[in-house]
Ligand binder design. Structure first.
Ligand code: PMP
Length: 378
């Protein structure tokens, strides 16, 4: 009730909760401190200096010598940028969807008039690369293949390297990737894998607040840009390219998120990206093992399971929504429920970015104890 909370901000009331949703992620103290620092002139020399270093670090994470940009928006804006900068209305787009966010990528392309051909795979499954190869041979003139790297709604990681290679070997299509919940946690070798545009967002494994989206843009994407006729203004990548040359953003950036990203990007690069990826894999394994030790079943098969979010089946007879609410109320752990068709059927534990082992362990313990109590009718 409002009266009980009137003398505290919402953020202060929630401090101390174990935020284990698949983004936004919690931030360690030094990054929170960076978020709370004074605003600056985004057209001054300090911003230019910061932007140059951040852009170099971003390219390191994406293993690319191509272009990379920061855009003030959430991840969906970066997905929209990938579409509008490379395609024209009527272009055939092959949309590989394994869940809620895959469907969204297709919806964006449709909204701008693309001729979207969807290849849909069952929830909990990744893209079938053999089926993709056959489809590419059957479908002529596919201009772009759009795909989610890590489907946050089902905890499934797609075999992105194999998908990208299949597309490049069997067609002349662009590869546009939603890596919102995988980048900076799972490897994405943009140049080596031949990926044209990657879209991601600051509030995920990048350990920053929401507000900044990031995209990579390949030489092939620039070639497509020359003829792309979808309408665009705010997301027109040429504006970001031209302003980057003078060390500026085209529009006022979300400075607090940029301040955080400056720190976290440097930390990722200093740690070494291979080490960051391995650490995420170890943490994910710990979560998967812990869930199985509680007698719970993982939703995807282990070999398809994501390294940033673990989806766990809600046991028969347990109300999934009530489970999420109980875990929070009794144990202060904030986990995700199911989205779309998965509502009530799974719970999701996020483990990307800054994760201590006790963050994962205590969330699992809360899930285990809550299920036991619910089964006992308490
Ligand atoms: N794609 C994926 C895979 C995501 O996990 C999310 C966010 N949960 C999005 C897209 C959308 O990102 P945003 O909410 O930042 O627009």
């Amino acid at each position: 009730m409002a009266s009980q909370t009137s003398n505290k901000t919402t953020a202060a009331r929630l401090a101390g909760e174990n935020l284990r949703i698949p983004g936004p992620v919690p931030l360690p103290d030094d990054i929170l401190e960076a978020v709370g620092t004074q605003m600056m002139n985004h057209r001054g020399p300090e911003y230019a200096d910061m932007l140059a270093r951040m852009t170099a670090n971003l390219k390191t994470v994406f293993m690319t010598a191509g272009d990379a940009y920061f855009i003030t928006s959430s991840g969906t804006g970066a997905m929209e940028a990938a579409i509008v900068n490379t395609l024209s209305p009527g272009d055939k787009v092959l949309s590989l969807t394994i869940g809620f966010f895959g469907d969204r990528f297709g919806d964006i392309a449709k909204a701008y008039g693309a001729n979207v051909v969807a290849m849909q795979f069952p929830a909990g499954q990744p893209v079938d690369v053999f089926a993709l190869k056959a489809k590419l041979k059957a479908e002529k003139d596919v201009r772009a293949v759009i795909v989610t790297h890590n489907e946050s709604s089902t905890g499934v990681a797609n075999p992105l390297k194999d998908i990208a290679h299949a597309v490049k070997e069997n067609s002349g299509a662009l590869v546009l990737v939603d890596a919102v919940s995988s980048a900076a946690a799972m490897p994405i070798a943009v140049d080596a894998w031949g990926i044209d545009v990657v879209a991601t967002a600051s509030q995920k494994a990048w350990i920053a607040p929401p507000g900044i989206a990031m995209i990579t843009f390949s030489a092939g994407a620039w070639k497509a840009y020359q003829t792309a006729r979808m309408p665009k203004y705010y997301y027109d990548v040429a504006q970001y390219r031209d302003f980057l040359k003078i060390g500026q953003p085209p529009f006022t950036p979300c400075l607090p998120a940029m301040y955080a990203l400056e720190v976290s990007l440097q930390r990722i690069v200093d740690e070494g990206i291979e080490s960051v990826f391995e650490r995420h894999h170890r943490t994910a394994d710990r979560c998967r093992n812990g869930a199985e030790k509680l007698g719970l079943k993982l939703f995807p098969e282990r070999r398809f399971a994501s390294d940033t979010v673990t989806a766990i089946r809600v046991p028969d007879g347990i109300d999934g929504k009530a489970l999420v609410a109980r875990v929070r109320k009794n144990y202060g752990a904030v986990i995700g429920g199911g989205q779309g068709q998965m509502t009530g059927k799974i719970v999701r534990v996020g483990h990307m970015g800054w994760v201590e082992t006790n963050h994962v362990d205590s969330a699992l313990e809360a899930i285990g104890k809550s299920i036991a109590a619910m089964r006992a009718g308490r």
